[in-house]
Structure formats: structure tokens, C-alpha cells
Design a protein. Sequence first.
Length: 364
Amino acid sequence: MPLVERTIKRTDSSRKSKGVPTIIKWQGVNMVASQSIRVVAQELINMSANQDFISVNLIGKQGTGKTELMKTLSHLIHDGAKVPYQINYFGKKEILDLEETVTGLSPTNQIILLDDIAFLKGVKGVTSRDLDRVQEVLSRIRHLPSGEDVKIIVMKSFQYTKSLSPFLRQNDATFVSSVDDSEVSNLEDLLGKKYHLKINLLKKLRKQGDIGDKANSHFNYPLGIKGKFLKYKSRDPFLPFLYSNQLSCRIVVSPLRTWIQPICNVCTPTKDKTKLDINLKEFIDDFTKKFGGERNAKSAIRIKLIQHGMNCYSPRIVQATKYLDRYLKEKLINLEELALAFDLQPTRTSLMPNKQPEFAEKEA
């Protein structure tokens, strides 16, 4: 049968305006479709599927969201991949003893987060030989004992483009969280001089988000039409990053992992999980007995969860707080006066001697 080629004429209504990005919603929040961190995570999943080992670098000043971005990416990767991954977060202690740390890893697919790896250079007593040993361990990390066909994704965060040796800077993908004047030239060398405008755009977006007061902080992404922007609330939930996959470079936005899914068993550290489960049962029993039962225990846990960005109250209470937020934002009511009207006073108390944790008693 001969191949028949059909041409479907597009109407003016179906034709997309040239150069105008598509706006989508993620959990009710507007964003530019091409800036989705979920698309980036899928790229990393594909890279990992095609290679046994991939390395991802996250570069930027302290406090600009690198660690949270690693956690968000890790969650999206393990949640979207066809194969399971174990997530391991390594801080300073684990990095200083990296060989022993890696030896303890399970021979399974791993996402390894190395936070602020460049700190080693400033640690007293750490020699160049120690740094060489870290490099050696990382060169062997793709070959876990008894691990055949294991996929390894290593994410390394550091503050400046050249704060690591050339070997440790090797990567398959790069994220940039901040741009200093002193780093512009280095970033152009790293990403390509043709991305000069995008490097400066990230610098502008970050500065916009930093100079506003916390409640109204935002950054405006230009939509390609003069005077048209998409206004993002900074850190509520998104922060902007520059992402390069060595083929292209673009602005992406990422939320906290807890905004995507407040509680994730895979993202929780898995070391000594069996021991943790046993201790958890003992803790719950002791906790509920000491503080008047399950109702008080749940209330205390809800407060701690909300302090960590996880609101576990009923929908009606969550709606009520949003209602209050609108009045408070417009400064139509005063929260302290409202508390007095409802006879709510700050509670001042200490943890009584008979309520002390058992581990504190043992230490004493």
C-alpha cells in the first residue's frame, strides 16, 4: 500500500504565538512549562538509564538552595524512574571518611548527595593526600562491591566554579544557584559565552528575590513580549536556577521537596532502618504515656511538622489559616489582638525532670 502523506492546515486559533512560553500550573501555582524541574529530573533519569554513572554539579553561594535542590531532584528521580534508587546524604563527617562511608553502601542503585564537598580544602589537618584519596574513592564509587549493573548518580554541591580540582568538577549536568560579578567570566567559560545573557538573567532574578521583604519577595521572568512577565513568589515555592546538560542551557525553577510530597519514606535516610523502626515503637509508647495520651502526642507532632513546612491539620483548619493570612497581609487585623480576644496566651514551661528522654538520663 503506497504511503499517503496528509497535511493538516492549522487555523489561526491553534497557532501558538512565536516565542511566547507556555504557562502551566503545578499544584495550583503558575510556572513556565520549559522551566519545569520535573522535565530536568526526567533527563537525569534517561542519562542514568543509558550510563552506569552520572555526575551532577550544583554551584552557588551558601544559602541559595543547592542542598534543597539536590533533595528535590533525588525525590523526583526515585519517584519517576523505572528502577528503584536508594538515597544517601553525605555531610562533612561522611565526606571526611568517604572510603568507609562508601564501603557501607548497599549494592543497589544509588543517589549520593555530597553537600559542600569543597569544604575539605579549609579543614585543619586535611592534606593534599587526603584530597587525592577522596578523588580516588569517587573514581571507584561506580563499582560497588557485589553490585552488578548498578546505577550511580552523584550530586556534588560547592560554592565556586573552580573551588574543586578539575577531576571533581567533571560532570554530566550543571546547576547554578547564584551569580557573583567575580564568577561571571568563570561561568561563561564553563557554560559557554553564548549563554552570557542567561547567566545575567539568573543574576537579576536572584537579586529580585533577595531584595524584597520575606512576605512579598518575588522575581519576574520575562515572557518574550515587551513588558510581559510571569511573577514568581520567591521560595513560595520556587527558586530560579540555571541548568546545563552540555547541549543547552536554560532557566529552571524548583520547589522544596516537602512542597511536592511532605513525607517520603525513600527520601528519609535509610541507614539502620531496622533499628530505627524498633526504637520508634518504643518512643511512641513512652511519648504518649508521658504527655497524656495520643491526642497530646499528635498535637505536638503536628506543631513540629508545620514548623518544617508540613501542614497536617484538617482541611477546614488549613482553609481558616489561609483566610487569616489574607486579612493579615492587608493589615486589617492584628494577630496579637486576635490572640487576646480568644484568650490565647503564650505558654512558658520547661521539660520536667520526670519527663526527660531516656537517652538524656543515660548520658547523665
